[in-house]
Design a protein around this ligand. Sequence first.
Ligand code: IPD
Ligand code: CA
Length: 263
Amino acid sequence: MALGTALWTVMTGAARKAARAMKRDFGEVEQLQVSRKGPSDFVSAADIKAEKTLRVELEKARPKFGFLLEEGGEIKGADPQHRWIIDPIDGTTNFLHGIPHFAISIALQMDKEIIAGLVFNPITEEMFYAEKGKGAFLNDRRLRVSARSDMGDAIIATGIPFRGIPGHKPFLSRLERVMEVTAGVRRMGTASLDLAFVAAGRCDGFWEAGLKPWDIAAGLLLVQEAGGFISDLSGGKTMLASGDVLAANSRLHRPLLSLLKDG
Ligand code: IPD
Ligand code: CA
């Protein structure tokens, strides 16, 4: 069982500490919406502050581990085997617009393999946590992916490319193929939570192209430990390198892959 381990204590402690200030900052953002300048500088400051808290807390507990940080980039540690991969606020655009759906994402990599993952929504206080071989949990409840096998009943999450991000045409063609055969497609704006929702059986699948390692490292382990399948959009295992992800329950992964591959 992944809960109560030494790693769980370290990771949840760091996330809860960063979340306290983040929640206060989110309250402030809701006020700043109406100002003419808008809250974007304030949000960048909140992002950097959260990343610093996470780094300080994790470094205190594991001084030799390295980091891959969304804001701060790569920081080599004395121990070359271990590295934390962190997104301090995944779903920044939601945060900026006062939409309470964003998360802290922390993964631990050992020799290129993700061995622990945490995704925490500070507003709902949903703590998703998994360790390799020890299962995935939402707070104290064990998670399983959904058992749905009929695509017609399935809800699929995705991410839509936006201004400055390539791949608009291939996205639209994939969307068309998926929307024609499923019960619905969702764009919620936080990739780490999309993966956590697949792990929790709330969504039956999730795909997105061009993500960064910090968006997905923790969520991929959650899905795997909840019994789901993960791949890139060609069925390979390049997710962290390519940023292309398909995660689904074990029954729907293959049919979704045939819909999504070939751009
Ligand atoms: C973004 C979110 C979003 C996804 C984008 C990511 P950020 O991360 O995960 O759901 O569609 O591709 O960049 O920028 O909010 O940390
Ligand atoms: Ca992100």
